[in-house]
Design a protein around this ligand. Sequence first.
Ligand code: BG6
Length: 511
Amino acid sequence: MTPSQVHVAADAGAERPLLRARTPDPCAIVLFGITGDLARRKLVPALYNLALSNALPEDYAVVGFSRSAADAGELAGVLREALGEFSRTKPIDEDVWEGFARRLRVVTGKIDDSESFRALARELGDLEPVTGGNRLFYLSTPPSAFPVILRQLREVGLVRRAPDRELPPWSRVIVEKPFGRDRATAGELNEIVHDVLDERQVYRIDHYLGKETVQNILVLRFGNTIFEPLWNRNHIDHVQITMAESIGVEGRGAFYEETGVLRDIVQNHLLQVLALCAMEPPVSMEADEIRNMKAQVLRSLRKIQAHEVDDVVVRGQYEGYRAERGVAADSVVPTYLACVAHIDNWRWQGVPFYLRAGKGLAKRVTEVSFHFKPIPFCLYGDEAMCQLIPANVLKIRIQPDEGVSMQIASKIPGEDLSVGGVALDFLYSEAFDRKPVEAYERLLLDAMRGDATLFARHDEVELSWDFCAPILERWQTADFDTVPFYSRGSAGPDESDSLLARSGRRWVPLG
Ligand code: BG6
């Protein structure tokens, strides 16, 4: 039986799910920033594809709050064009689109204008027979707009703090990343949010958590018995988490100048993946049980001391970044980072977690690899020969080629005893006859269901900033007026190899 056959059998179980997803409630989805990049590329295509697969509640409406669109017809035109470009399913089903467009409303206004919010309140009031008064606000705007929007919503009574238990009609708010620029601003933003809403009404998006393969980390760990006994310092030598992109900043130069790789990827996506890989088993799959366990990992991350930053963190910038639109000619913003993180707890003491992320690299790959310890005793020839036996590596491929593989040592056929590494490989595309949905589809539905499991809680966000703080502080000093360059399409700056080489380790090759 091949590994994929095994998983075809597992797929049959999907007809009897272990946890059945709740039907989302009727609601109005209010998009701030509806003509922005994220809404056009991701959010509107996600809503359309949910409509296409009949996953949306029967009664819903989409309200765009827009500075520019004069009416719903004009907005629908802009969004239909974006859909043609960015939908994951094509061709566009015009009947489904028209059904979607009929539910589209627009409120033309400005976020600092109270009258615009009163108009929004009137529109949502008119929709109540359809939506039951439930409202989901999606803040897909620059972060500087979050506090203003939240306060305006409260002023016109569109959001109100939920009592102990969230009763209908509900109001919830999805907040896009980046959540703050550092620990202090994230803390301030959390205060503003909590001033208006209860934590249970806040959905901080990290779209990595919506990816099937990221959710599978927990199923792999806690749906199998064979991994958990090995999942610790006794068996694992080190862990590598890679998020490499071949694209550059793609016209988002001005945004990226403010963010850089640490804020854009490491503080959120990479640390969330790390937390899922390293957390203790929760007592249930309840949102807060899982989030408690993740927060515990983030709390256990060893704080990098200021004097250690240069030793344990490598930066780089791809050649050509400075010529991108919106980027300063002398920018030192890093587009690449590699670093080592230590988790100070019983399970992971002494196991380095190496993280790397960057743009303009050799290929697009996001994966986690668990490198097991070498064999403890050499039965084959001398020690030097035994070092040629590849250690076991469990690789979770988040994207592309979604799947899981395990490298084991195997005899190479022949009279001599030669050993090679071979992979037991499971590929999603072969094992299941359905494609994973886009992360935003899952996350939008979960917010409509009131399930916050795949969203970051306030303490997780702040703890992640705590880990990044010493790096950000060090990089702001005068010593950092230059940045090492790496060629586009390479594996990043050479210094990142040294980070592992000092302990005799090597990155999984990117090429
Ligand atoms: C976003 C970052 O959060 O994630 C982008 O802002 C990055 O810079 C993107 O390109 C990558 O997402 P994915 O899903 O393509 O890995």
